[in-house]
Design a protein around this ligand. Structure first.
Ligand code: COA
Length: 188
């Protein structure tokens, strides 16, 4: 079990909180976008049934302490802007997988940086994880920059692992240790 309050956190423009049933109407149009799907596993077209399944899964996995699928919201209006996640939580080995996508209207304004800042604090401070990893498709410049800004290092590459638009792409694994994050934010 992961308490909802443990994975709720506010920054200056962004609030992270568990995904709620009421997010469904906002989630569908934001996720129904080839530009988001190209770099994620979101199905296209993205329909209400997909959103309902994800929200139900999010409730279940949070309850079981397996994953935290979080809404990235506007701090004032609480409107959904995208989703971020700590998935595949392994409390024995103290690691988890980070992911993020934002709806197209919200790209390029530093919101993912702010969301990651909050997410990493949740992961390392509140959930006491020791290591995070993330998987990026080759060519996803925005995502690679995001991971690198937070000190993630490339740890491995699965070559020609995914096909998008008839082109093979490598999957790149990035990893970040808590001590590296603490150095980055000036705590050690
Ligand atoms: C990846 C994503 C979450 C970034 O969100 P964002 O709010 O636009 O990112 P930010 O504005 O916080 O910028 C983060 C970094 O990426 C860079 N960046 C943003 N958009 C970029 C683009 N289109 N091309 C290259 N770099 C880009 C920013 O300059 C910044 O790097 P810097 O600080 O070194 O300059 C967003 O583009 C997205 O949702 N993309 C589709 C889904 C996706 O790729 N998810 C990640 C799967 S691993």
């Amino acid at each position: 079990m992961v308490e909802p309050t443990t994975v709720t956190r506010e920054g200056i423009r962004v609030r992270l909180r568990p995904v709620e049933d009421g997010d469904l109407d906002d989630l569908v149009p934001l996720a129904n976008d080839e530009g988001v799907a190209r770099w994620t596993d979101l199905p296209q077209p993205y329909e209400r049934g997909h959103a309902a399944k994800v929200i139900a899964l999010a409730h279940e996995e949070l309850r079981l302490g397996q994953s935290a699928y979080l809404a990235v919201c506007d701090v004032d209006s609480d409107a959904l802007m995208g989703m971020t996640s700590l998935a595949n939580l392994d409390f024995e080995s103290r690691n988890g997988e980070v992911g993020i996508w934002l709806g197209r209207p919200y790209w390029g304004n530093g919101l993912a940086m702010e969301a990651f800042d909050l997410l990493l604090e949740i992961a390392f401070e509140r959930l006491d994880l020791t290591k995070l990893f993330g998987i990026v498709l080759e060519g996803n410049e925005a995502s690679m920059k995001l991971f690198k800004r937070f000190g993630f290092q490339e740890e491995g590459r699965l070559r020609w692992h995914t096909k998008r638009d008839e082109a093979w792409m490598d999957k790149i694994f990035y990893g970040l240790l808590r001590e590296e994050w603490e150095r980055l934010i000036g705590r050690s």
